[in-house]
Design a protein around this ligand. Sequence first.
Ligand code: XUL
Ligand code: CO
Length: 440
Amino acid sequence: MMEYFPGVEKVAYTDDPMREGLFFRHYSPDRIVGGKKMKDHLRFSMAYWHTISSGIGDMFGAGTAIRSWDSVSDPMALAEARAYGAFEFLDKIGMDYFCFHDRDIAPEGDTLAESNKNLDKIVKLIKKLMNDSGKKLLWGTASLFTNPRYVHGAATSPNAEVFAYAAGQVKKAMEITHELGGDGYVFWGGREGYETLLNTDMKREQDNLARFLHMAVDYAKEIGFTGQFLIEPKPKEPTKHQYDFDVASGIAFLKTYGLDEHFKFNVEANHATLAGHTFQHDLRVARINGLLGSVDANQGDMLLGWDTDQFPTNLYDTTLAMYEILKMGGFTKGGLNFDAKVRRASFMPEDLFYAHAAGMDAFAQGLVAADAIIRDNFLDDILEKRYSSYETGIGKEITEGRADFKSLEAYILNREEIENESGRQEYIESMLNEYIWRAK
Ligand code: XUL
Ligand code: CO
């Protein structure tokens, strides 16, 4: 059988973190942290588009990736070779899940019917490879942004024919996600937004987007798909403004259109930072609203204003992300999908392994640190003390809804001074450093 990553062994854990070579230095899949195996906490997933289908080009230059399937020119044979390569990669990196767009796995034909035929053939192969290996689909999605027909958007296109095309395409993408037992289905509206308000009927576009999502909910019921529907917010790029700007605006949209019981969020780190938030901020907004579903794990370059989709290596971010995930009680149908690409200069096949291992280690260490923070009640104790004035006296009356403007005025009218306490931010940050340094 053809080997697509020759010379790469299954990646193993080493307890000597300075040992040279391709190893996990912190990720030890079966290690129990907080009562659960690391692998079950983290539910790592490979993004088919970046890791398998991309040639790692950029806006200024062609792809540089060297891959074993490069010499295959027939599009269907290439799709098959990549599928075999994908499962060899998953096996060697020791990851249980993957995610894909419809067009990542099979070439687009001249008509939707032809594209669907291509998909059916590859889905059959992928299903067999999944059965043989035990690998699972975290989520599927449809690319409603690459083909030029989506130039003005998909569900928000001013052209009803395009809306219809997108509906047909998503119908099929949902069917194959269901067929492959996907735990979720993602909607990322890369072109569901606008370039200029001068030619945009914002109200109609958002109404249409909601109509589209309601149709998806109805169709899921019809085919018995019980995976989690996920909205993946992003403020911009490729559009100047995207309607799912961030989690907060996504929640407003879902609630406005009565969709909030059917959707959760797939929060991507680099999308949160593009929106001017920290990764933790968007995770927190989703979590406290009971809407944190899954995570696209990556990181951006804070000096660049676009979505660089780098592999996550920043331990502060992975610790605080895992803190939010543990605080919500862990993933159920979600996971950590590495929506991340190797840099264009990291073109060798083995760079894919080093990159994923780096991200997996960073999240494993973040998990251990976050678990210790939670076990020690370190942040909970700080919050409990900081808000304790709401647990007794007048604060309790406010909390329990027994106060009003008149009673509060009477309480405070003759008070001369109010004492505030320090927020102790620097102390807390220094202790966070300790938790990260000590995470073993
Ligand atoms: C684009 C992005 C997408 C979604 C799936 O920025 O994140 O790859 O994750 O369509
Ligand atoms: Co993403």
